[in-house]
Design a protein around this ligand. Structure first.
Ligand code: NAP
Length: 411
C-alpha cells in the first residue's frame, strides 16, 4: 500500500530497519530527501551526483541508493498547500533517515522554524557537527589542522525550549510575582523572563548517544562542556548526569578523567572529562588537539559549533546531523541564500559532507571517505566555488555542479 499522496516510494529500493538498537541496511536503501528552498535545488543536484558516484566507486554496483523525494518548505507549499506535510515525517520515520537542504521559514502565519519543527516532531534530540580542517581551505588560524572534533549538542532543552515571556506582558509579570513573592527571588520590574529547563532524561539520553558514538568510532575522549560553576542545577547537573549515565550504562567502556589523573590506565576505555564552557573556548584555540568529542547542552553547543567551524574556515561547508533513537536527519547547516537561487553558483560542500555523514551512519564508510578525498582534492587543485575562491590565491571559480564534478574527479 502506498500511503504517500505526493511522494513516491522507489520501486527497487528497500527499507532500512532497526533491530534492538542496531541499524540494518540493505544494499539499496531508500533514502528520503528534501531538496530545499532557494539554493537547495542547485546544491542537491551536485550532491546527488557526488554521492551516487562515491557509492558506485566504492562498491562497484553492488550497492546503490534509492532516493525518494519528500516535500517541505516552499516546494511543499506549492505542491500540497502545506509547509510541512505529515507524510514527510512519516517517510523519515519509516525509512529511518533523511537528507535535507535548507528551508525558508515562512514569515507570519504562526509557523516556527521548519527545521525546529522537524527536530521536535521526530524527537531528534542530539545535533552532531563534526569540525575538521580540509587542507587548503583558508583559515584564520596558524595551524587549523590541529582541530578535529565532533560537537554533540543537545537539541530539545535549555533556554532554547522556547519558554519565555516578553517584558511588559501580564504573563511576564505573573511569573515575576510568583518568583518574587513565593520563591524569594529578586527580579527587576518589567523584566523579560525565559526558562531554562534541563532534565536527567534529556541529558542522559543525549550523553549516552554521544558515548555510543565514541565507542562506534573508536574515539578515546569525551568532554562534557557546561557552565556549572554558575548555573549549578542545570549546567552543573548536566555534567553530573553525564558522569552518572556513563557509570550506569557503560561501566566497563568508560572511565572518568579524574581516575586517569590519579594514575589509573584507561586501557582502551573512553575517558570522560568535563570543562567549564568559557575555558573550553580557550582550549579549542590553545590546545585543540587534546579534544575529540565535545558534548554540550543546547546553547553552549550552538556557540561552540560555529566558533569551531570558523576556526577551520569552514562555516559555509560545515555538515550537520540531527539524531534521535531511531531516526537521523542530515542537513546543510547554512540557509537558503535566496539571492543566489538558481544561479548554479554556491558551494554545495555542506550538503555533500552531510550526505557523507549519512553514509557513515549507515555503515558505508568507504564511500564517505571517497567524498572527503574528492573534496580535499578539489580544494587542493584550487578549483572551487566563489566563496572559497575569494579567499584563496590563484584559484579558479567554478559553479556548483562543476565543483561537484571536480570532487568526483578527485575521488
Ligand atoms: P544564509 O542563507 O545562510 O546566507 C547568508 C550568506 O551566507 C549568503 O549570502 C552567502 O554569503 C553565504 N552562504 C550561505 N550558503 C552558502 C553556500 N552554500 N555557498 C556559499 N556561500 C553561502 O542565511 P540568511 O540569509 O540569514 O537566511 C536566508 C534564509 O535561510 C532564511 O529564510 C532563513 O530562515 C533560512 N535558514 C535556513 C536554515 C536551514 O534550513 N537549516 C538555516 C539558516 C537560515 P555571501 O553573500 O557573502 O556570498
Amino acid at each position: 500500500m502506498n500511503e504517500y499522496r505526493y511522494a513516491r516510494i522507489p520501486e527497487t529500493g528497500e527499507r532500512i530497519t532497526h533491530g534492538e538498537g542496531v541499524i540494518q541496511v540493505p544494499d539499496r536503501p531508500i533514502i528520503p530527501f528534501v531538496e530545499g528552498d532557494g539554493i537547495g535545488p542547485d546544491i542537491w543536484k551536485a550532491t546527488k551526483h557526488v554521492v551516487d558516484s562515491a557509492v558506485r566507486e566504492a562498491y562497484g554496483g553492488k550497492r546503490s541508493l534509492a532516493w525518494m523525494e519528500v516535500y517541505a518548505g516552499q516546494k511543499a507549499h506549492e505542491k500540497t498547500g502545506e509547509w510541512l506535510p505529515e507524510e514527510t515525517f512519516h517517510a523519515m520515520r519509516e525509512f529511518k533517515v533523511g537528507l535535507k537542504g535548507p528551508l525558508t521559514t515562512p514569515i507570519g502565519g504562526g509557523i516556527r522554524s521548519l527545521n525546529v519543527t522537524i527536530r521536535k516532531i521526530l524527537d531528534l534530540y542530539s545535533c552532531i557537527r563534526p569540525v575538521r580542517w580540509i587542507e587548503g581551505v583558508p583559515s584564520p588560524m596558524k595551524d587549523p589542522g590541529r582541530l578535529d572534533v565532533v560537537i554533540f549538542r543537545e537539541n530539545t532543552e535549555d533556554v532554547y525550549a522556547g519558554i519565555e515571556w516578553a517584558s511588559g506582558t501580564p504573563e511576564a509579570e505573573k511569573v515575576r510575582r510568583f518568583l518574587v513573592d513565593e520563591m524569594g527571588a529578586q527580579i527587576r520590574e518589567g523584566s523579560g523572563i525565559g526558562i531554562k529547563p534541563m532534565s536527567p532524561f534529556g541529558t542522559k539520553r543525549h550523553v549516552a548517544a554521544a558515548i555510543q558514538y565514541a565507542l562506534d568510532r573508536g574515539l578515546s575522549k569525551l568532554t562534557l562542556v557546561h557552565k556549572g560553576n554558575i548555573m549549578k542545577f542545570t549546567e552543573g547537573a548536566f555534567a553530573d548526569w553525564g558522569y552518572e549515565v556513563a557509570r550506569e550504562r557503560f561501566p566497563d567502556q568508560t572511565i572518568p578523567e579524574s581516575r586517569v589523573w590519579e594514575g589509573e590506565d584507561p586501557a582502551g576505555r573512553v575517558v570522560i572529562g568535563d570543562r567549564i564552557a568559557d575555558a573550553m573556548f580557550q582550549q579549542v584555540l590553545l590546545r585543540p588537539d587534546e579534544y575529540e568529542l565535545l558534548v554540550t547542552p543546547n546553547l553552549n553547543g550552538d556557540y561552540l559549533s560555529d566558533a569551531c567551524a570558523a576556526q577551520v574556515g569552514g562555516l559555509g561547508m560545515a555538515p550537520g546531523a540531527n539524531i534521535g533513537d531511531e531516526v537521523a536527519v542530515f542537513e546543510a547547516t547554512h540557509g537558503t541564500a535566496p539571492k543566489y537561487a538558481g544561479q548554479d553558483k554556491v558551494n554545495p560542500g555542506s550538503l555533500i559532507l552531510s550526505a557523507g555523514m549519512l553514509l557513515e551512519h549507515i555503515g558505508w564508510g568507504e564511500a564517505a571517505r571517497l567524498i572527503d578525498k574528492g573534496l580535499e582534492g578539489a580544494v587542493r587543485a584550487r578549483t572551487v566555488t566563489y566563496d572559497l575562491e575569494r579567499q584563496m590565491e590563484g584559484a579558479t571559480t567554478v559553479g556548483t555542479f562543476r565543483f561537484g564534478e571536480e570532487i568526483v574527479r578527485n575521488m
